[in-house]
Each structure stands twice: as C-alpha cells, then as structure tokens.
Write a protein that binds this ligand. Sequence first.
Ligand code: PGA
Length: 203
Amino acid sequence: MLIVANWKENPLSAKEAEAIISEMPQREDVVVCPPHPFLYLGEKVTLGAQDCSAKMEGSFTGEVSAGMLKSLGCRYVIIGHSERRALGEDKETVDKKIEMALSAEITPIVCISSVEEIPLEKKIIIAYEPLSAIGTGNAYPFSEAKKKRKEIGEDVTVLYGGSVDEENVSEYIDAGFDGVLVGGASLDPLKFNQIIKRCDQKN
Ligand code: PGA
C-alpha cells in the first residue's frame, strides 16, 4: 500500500510547510510531495516531488531536473498530473519526464484520467484520477472506480486519486487500488493521519 500526499501549490510559507510536515509520519509507505521550495524540509519523511523537467540539465530557465530531485532525497515524482496536462503538457513530454525520473532512479507516479493515457513504460506507479473528482469533493462512484482498476490491469501498482478523505478511502482500497493520492486532505494532518489509519486497517 502506498499513500501519497500531493500538496500542490500549498502552503504559502515555509513556516506553515514545516508545521504540516512535522505531523507527517516517517514511513516507507507514506510519501509527502511538497512544492519544490519546501523539499528541503522533508528530511524525515519519504519524499516525493510534484513534477520534474523533461531534460536532465542545461539552459532551461525555471526547470527542476530529476537528478536535482534525487540529490535532495526524492524517491518518487508525480508526473502528468491533470493540472499540468491542462497547462499543455502532452504525452510526449510525459514520456520524456518518465524517462528522466527512471534514469535518476526515482519512481514515477504517473497520473492518468483515462486508460488511453497509460504509458508504455512499465516501471512506474499509476495514479488513476477521474477529472470530475479532482479537488471537487465529488467522490467518484466506487463501482466505476473498481471497473477502471480492473481495466488498467493487475500487473501494475495503481493508486486512486480525487477527493479522497478519511470517510471514503476504505472504499477505494476495497475497489482494488494499491493506495491513494491525496490532495486537499493531505494538508490537514489530522485528516491525513486518519486516512493512513484507515489504510492500515485494510492491510
Ligand atoms: P484532491 O486532489 O484530493 O484535492 O481531489 C487529488 C490530486 O489531484 O492529486
């Protein structure tokens, strides 16, 4: 089981980030993905990043490479989140980023919202995130989630993401997912630790 916290573009200050991260458990199976500037705070947690560059190094202003993330201790990187695809990130770029992450020995967590987006590369974790459920509080129907889990295939680790909270997480685990990618609720340590507890009860 893998439980991943995706903080997105939150919180606003290092002080707040420090307060949240201090409440996060130090566990192999709980991954915290803060924004890049706060990665340095994640010494004690299993660390992930929210994106990486499609290039390893060079004249690419503003980009952060998988190699840099590795040197900061990141073990995972989220790639192809729908919020990035909405900004114009295409399949080719997503594939390139996966390649960069793997070459830096970081495990890519590739977000998809349809089975057409499943990459060919097999050494990845997939996060299935239906668009209607991301950041909306509208939980995706469990029966639909279960069908999607089957469709994606048993040979890959698949997380569920989209309005996961302490009330619904158990249902997604029961639907066959290998863990969850948590956005909003991961910024509230109380809620996030409840989610972890519910997952532990399913283990
Ligand atoms: P949410 O975000 O839990 O706030 O819906 C999940 C995600 O987009 O990764």
